[in-house]
Design a protein around this ligand. Sequence first.
Ligand code: ATP
Ligand code: MG
Length: 295
Amino acid sequence: MEEQAEELRELMKNDTQDKKPAPADKNAHKTRIIAITSGKGGVGKTNISVNMAIAYAQLGKKVILIDGDLGMANVNVLLNVVPTYNLMHVINKKKTMKEIILDTEFGIKFIAGANGFSKIANLSVQELDDFAKQFSSLGTADIIIIDTGAGIANNVLQFVAAADEVYVVTTPEPTAITDAYGIIKIITTEVIDHPVTLKLLVNRVHSADEGKRISERIITIVGQFLGYKVDYIGFVYDDPVVQASVIRQKPFIVVNPTSKPAVCIKHIIGRIEKTEPAENEGVSNFLKKFLGKKK
Ligand SMILES: Nc1ncnc2c1ncn2[C@@H]1O[C@H](COP(=O)(O)OP(=O)(O)OP(=O)(O)O)[C@@H](O)[C@H]1O
Ligand SMILES: [Mg+2]
């Protein structure tokens, strides 16, 4: 942990001196950080984030789920947990990161997001450093999944800009498709100034073909108009089990592990595991990008 903090300080220092950071030790433990986002709201981000996180934990990985949907607190509802503290308490130095992380009955750890990240822009160097130190303690996780809100709110984009991998969720609805393209356009043209792995996930499909067809449509248009390569990471079936699990406040991957959506989530995890993580991944790189965005 101390080593991570040191690495981060180095990175920050390099930044101000406009030098390239030293290459990371290839053998160092790296945390994969995935942000789940969408253009249109209500397309299934929270359900996908929660169930993906649990599926990862079921593989024996250390998983932290961050509710980046500031204000809406969606994850709380799906996991049936009530966090007392959130990231803002860490930023305000009222609590340590350790004190705000919640254990859940599903084998994942959970951090509640906070409103007012714009406050980060006003922190002093010392305060930034303190927050960074706290945040770097998350580097012991194998994977961090961030459930963001929909659309182009600054808070959402701040998480998206900092993550190594961004998964854009859409449904087959025409409005969701156009909004997925819209958010990809904003991400690739306005938000990020570094290569990011963008993947598309089609939720609520009725056949595998439908998922493929919709993803191809979006991927083609993104390639044609934005010159950006997006990969298809998979689909999740439309199934009443999702809504039923929301009502019961028990994730479907736990209560209905053989249901169609659960099997889809496991396939997606399998596919992610087969892909190489981004080169500049890890908690300290995330922080550098997160804190660097002061828009
Ligand atoms: N695969 C699915 N099959 C059936 N219903 C689904 C599926 N995915 C999502 N839903 C329905 O859509 C609702 C919204 O899902 P969810 O809360 O995960 O979306 P969201 O993208 O996080 O929304 P928001 O933008 O408000 O955060 C769920 O409560 C459920 O009823
Ligand atoms: Mg949500």
